[in-house]
Design a binder for this molecule. Structure first.
Ligand SMILES: Cc1ncc(COP(=O)(O)O)c(C=O)c1O
Length: 449
C-alpha cells in the first residue's frame, strides 16, 4: 500500500479550512486579505491564539512563527495588554479628540528611540513610510527616493518598486516610477555614485538590519557609511524600523548599532499588536506638519481617522513598558538562535543544500543555496549575492515544506518567521522535530534527496 502524500494529507486534515477558502475565493482576490497569506493549495483558518500557539478551526494546535507579522514581541494576548485594551474598550474606542494616552505613548517612544525628537502617529507602517518620504521631499525640495533591492516599506507608489525579485520590474499602477531609484543592497559605492550624480534625491530609506528583517542582511558598518554620505549630500536618511523597532533592542536597530537617522518609521510592536504606526525624528522635519510653523504652501497635510487611536495607544503603552526592559528581546533572540542552529543540524543530517539563517529574533529558510558541500551551520548570508537570498528558494519545495510543517503543527511564513519572548525551548524542540519529520516525508515522496 502506498503512503499518502503530504498534499493528500493536507487536503484531508484541513477539509474545514478548504471549505472556508472556497467561500473566501468568492470574496477576496486569491481568497486572502494579505499577499503573503496566499498559500498553496489553500490557507489554514485560525480560531484563536494564546502565547506562542494558535488553534485552527478544526482544533489543531500550531506553534506560531508569524508572530502577528512581527507585531507580537510578547506572543498572543499578553495579560497586561489584554487588561489595558479591555479597560479602554469600556471608556471609548474613538474620541475624535486629543487624549492623555497619546502623550504617554509618544513619551515612551521618544525616550526609547535615540533619534526621535518629535513624533506623529499614523495607522500603519505603510502610512508611516508614505509620510517620511513626503516630509523628506518637502524638507529638501527634491523628488526622488533611493531605496535598496529587496527592502520592503509598505505598498505605496514611492517605495513598492524593487521590494521583491525581479527587482527591476515595473509595478502596475505605480505613478512616476522613475522617481524611485533602486540600488543593490550593501554597496556604498553605488549609493555614493547615485548621490554624486543626481541632485534630485530627497531621501535614502532602508530596513536597517536588511531586507525583510535580514533576509538580505545589512550590518552596522553600512549604516554608518550611509549616515556619513547622506549627511554630506544633504539627503534625509530614513530608517524603516517597522519590524526592527523595539524588536532588535529597546532602541531599535539605531540603538543597537548606534547610528541616528533623520527620520524613523515605526509600527507593529509599537502598537502592542493593534493597528498603528508613527514617524519620529528631527523636529525641523516632523514639524513640517505644523500649521502654526509653516504656511499652507509648505505644510504637509496630515489627517487620518485612526491616528493615535485610544485602543492602540493603550496596547502600545503596555507593550513598550515591557519592551523597554530589554528582557523580551533577549529571550526572543535566545530561542531564535537555538532554533536556527537546530534546524541547520537537521538540514545537515539530511545532506540538503538548505540553510536557516538570520539574526536577532528572526529565522530565514533558504531551500537550495547551491553548495551541497557547505554545512548549513556554516552558511553565511553576508557572503551570498542578494539575488540568491530573498525569494530564491525553490518554489515547489517551499509549498510542500509549508504544508508538511502545518501538518506537523508549525505555522511560519514561506520564508521563515520570528520568535517572541514566550516561545519556549519545548516549542523550539518540537519545531526542529517537525522539520525533521517533514523532510523525511518529502524524501519518501522523492521530492528531495
Ligand atoms: C519594514 C516594513 N516597513 C513597512 C511595512 C508596512 O507596514 P504595514 O503592513 O503596517 O503597512 C512593513 C510590513 O510588513 C515592514 O515590514
Amino acid at each position: 500500500m502506498s503512503h499518502s502524500t503530504i498534499l493528500e494529507r493536507y487536503h484531508q486534515m484541513f477539509s474545514t479550512d478548504k471549505e472556508f477558502s472556497q467561500r473566501a475565493n468568492q470574496f477576496f482576490p486569491d481568497g486572502v486579505t494579505h499577499d503573503s497569506r496566499h498559500t498553496h493549495p489553500f490557507p489554514i483558518y485560525i480560531d484563536h491564539a494564546q502565547g506562542s500557539k494558535k488553534w485552527g478551526v478544526n482544533g489543531k494546535e500550531f506553534i506560531d512563527y508569524w508572530s502577528g507579522h512581527g507585531a507580537l514581541l510578547l506572543g498572543h494576548n499578553p495579560p497586561r495588554i489584554v487588561e489595558a485594551v479591555t479597560n479602554q474598550m469600556q471608556r471609548g474606542t474613538h474620541y475624535g479628540a486629543c487624549h492623555p494616552l497619546e502623550l504617554e505613548w509618544a513619551d515612551l517612544i521618544i525616550n526609547l528611540i535615540p533619534s526621535a525628537e518629535k513624533i506623529r502617529f499614523t495607522s500603519s507602517g505603510t502610512e508611516a513610510t508614505l509620510m517620511a518620504v513626503r516630509l523628506s521631499r518637502i524638507f529638501t525640495g527634491r523628488n526622488k527616493v533611493l531605496k535598496f533591492a529587496g527592502h520592503y516599506h509598505g505598498w505605496h507608489d514611492a517605495i513598492i518598486p524593487g521590494a521583491n525579485p525581479p527587482y527591476d520590474m515595473l509595478i502596475p499602477g505605480v505613478l512616476s516610477p522613475e522617481t524611485t531609484l533602486i540600488s543593490p543592497p550593501n554597496d556604498i559605492d553605488v549609493v555614493e555614485n547615485y548621490l554624486m550624480n543626481d541632485s534630485d534625491i530627497a531621501c535614502v530609506i532602508l530596513e536597517p538590519t536588511g531586507a525583510s528583517f535580514g533576509e538580505i542582511p545589512t550590518n552596522g558598518e553600512f549604516l554608518t557609511q550611509l549616515r556619513n554620505l547622506t549627511r554630506e549630500y544633504g539627503v534625509v536618511l530614513i530608517f524603516d524600523e517597522v519590524i526592527t523597532g523595539f524588536r532588535v533592542s529597546p532602541g531599535g536597530a539605531q540603538g543597537y548599532y548606534d547610528v541616528d537617522p533623520d527620520l524613523t518609521t515605526l509600527a507593529k510592536i509599537m502598537a502592542g499588536g493593534l493597528p498603528g504606526g508613527a514617524v519620529a525624528g528631527k523636529t525641523e522635519i516632523v514639524d513640517l506638519i505644523s500649521i502654526e510653523k509653516h504656511p499652507k504652501s509648505k505644510k504637509m497635510p496630515h489627517p487620518g481617522t485612526f491616528n493615535a487611536n485610544p485602543l492602540s495607544a493603550a496596547a502600545g503603552i503596555q507593550m513598550l513598558k515591557i519592551a523597554q526592559t530589554g528582557q523580551p528581546q533577549t529571550e526572543a533572540n535566545q530561542v531564535a538562535k537555538i532554533l536556527r542552529h537546530g534546524i541547520n543540524q537537521i538540514f545537515d543530517q539530511h545532506g540538503l543544500d538548505w540553510a536557516c539563517y538570520g539574526e536577532f529574533s528572526g529565522f530565514k529558510i533558504l531551500l537550495g543555496h547551491g553548495d551541497k558541500t557547505l554545512p548549513a551551520v556554516d552558511f553565511d548570508a553576508y557572503q551570498c549575492h542578494y539575488r540568491r537570498l530573498k525569494g530564491a528558494s525553490n518554489p515547489d519545495l517551499v509549498k510542500t515544506l509549508r504544508c508538511g510543517l502545518l501538518l506537523n503543527g508549525i505555522d511560519m511564513t514561506s520564508g521563515g518567521g520570528m520568535t517572541t519572548a514566550v516561545h519556549t525551548e519545548t516549542d523550539i524542540q518540537q519545531t526542529i522535530s517537525a522539520f525533521d519529520q517533514t523532510i523525511q516525508e518529502m524524501k519518501l515522496e522523492d521530492l528531495i534527496n
